[in-house]
Design a protein around this ligand. Structure first.
Ligand SMILES: *Cc1c(COP(=O)(O)O)cnc(C)c1O
Length: 349
């Protein structure tokens, strides 16, 4: 009889786990501080929470005993109004992370490749690894701008797709339309992950009508404060959307997430006021950080700011902040040695 491990797929048994953010209780316990003192600035979450309408709508909804609609009729209708894209071009996901995973499973066979300009969001290489494929990392330039020539040079017969966030996580800068067109003209699948769109207003969405190989991702985790309910969406070519609708888990978006999304989209006034407050606070935080000698601060179009600490001091600063209850994102890798990312919080902390 084989050992159970021998039946496992080799690329799954050697998978590198994605490091997500820990619950506040765990952070408090590890830092030895009371729960109320935890300031979470490590996950780019919304410090203001969801719209007040969300709790109300979740509490008064009566049909949790029903399955969600596999065709996502109400969801896609609401998303269509919000995105200004036809329903047939939209798929809702259990977070935009699920759309990323579905794209990998639609396009990648074991041994295939995607290209990711790095440093960037960790989910692309993680999901590619799960599919048995390989994420080929192409370094960005000194300003963290994507390097079109280097990306072109990294394309092989096995390359299927190019994934990038705009604004990029964790560097905060955007991909221009001209850069996007250069990538789209390769004919590969190009995924513009616009998780932070609402903090900058720049989108590649208008290019959807020109390029069938473009997918634009949006999430309600950041600007709408729904990270815990898991709801995101992809806008794409209608045939691609139909294929994705046909292969996704039928009930992928739960009814609580649907109810919360509909309530949020009917209460965007307060949510957008909070986005404005976060953008204003981002400016204040940027100016204050720039005044600290020895650290380098990158301008950001998102709800976080990336800084470089003096050489060899990143871990020390990160740990000192943890002890004070301020949890930041520290990157334990060569590309971002001594860098720290902080989400933009409330002005009063
Ligand atoms: C936070 C983040 C996401 C995650 O979105 P979910 O909808 O919560 O899955 C996707 N892409 C980027 C670049 C992010 O930073």
């Amino acid at each position: 009889m084989p050992e159970i491990e021998e039946l496992l797929l080799p690329h799954i048994s050697r998978l590198k786990t994605y490091q997500g953010v820990s619950p506040s209780e765990t952070l408090a316990e590890e830092a030895g501080i009371p729960l109320e003192q935890v300031i979470r600035l490590n996950g780019n979450e919304n410090p203001y929470g969801p719209s007040p309408q969300v709790a109300e709508a979740l509490g008064s909804f009566r049909d949790y005993n029903h399955y969600p609609d596999p065709s996502q009729r109400r969801l896609r209708g609401a998303l269509s109004d919000y995105l200004g894209v036809a329903e047939e071009n939209i798929v809702a996901g259990n977070g935009s992370d699920e759309i990323i995973d579905l794209l990998m499973r639609m396009f990648l066979a074991p041994g295939d490749e995607i290209i990711i300009p790095v440093p960037t969001f960790g989910m692309y290489s993680f999901s590619a690894d799960v599919a048995g494929a390989q994420a080929v990392a192409v370094p960005r330039d000194d300003n963290f701008d994507i390097d079109i020539e280097a990306i072109r040079g990294a394309i092989t017969p096995r390359t299927k797709a190019i994934f990038f966030p705009t604004p990029n996580n964790p560097t905060g800068n955007v991909v221009t339309e001209a850069q996007a067109r250069a990538l789209l003209d390769t004919g590969l699948l190009v995924v513009s992950d616009e998780a932070y769109y609402d903090f900058c207003g720049q989108t590649l969405k208008p290019l959807l009508s020109e390029y069938r190989n473009l997918v634009v991702l949006r999430t309600f985790s950041k600007w709408a404060g729904l990270a815990g309910l898991r709801i995101g969406a992809g806008a794409m070519d209608a045939e691609l959307a139909a294929t994705m609708m046909g292969m996704k888990p039928p009930y992928n978006v739960n009814l609580a997430a649907e109810v919360a999304l509909l309530a949020s989209l009917s209460d965007t006034g307060i949510l957008l006021d909070r986005v404005d407050a976060i953008v204003k606070e981002r400016g204040r935080m940027y100016r204050l950080l720039c005044e600290i000698p020895g650290i380098t601060v990158w301008p950001s179009q998102a709800n976080f700011i990336l800084c470089k600490m003096p050489d060899g001091r990143g871990l020390e600063v990160y740990e000192a902040m943890c002890r004070r209850g301020v949890f930041l994102r520290y990157f334990d890798n060569d590309l971002l040695r001594d860098y720290i990312r902080s989400s933009v919080g409330k002005p009063e902390g």
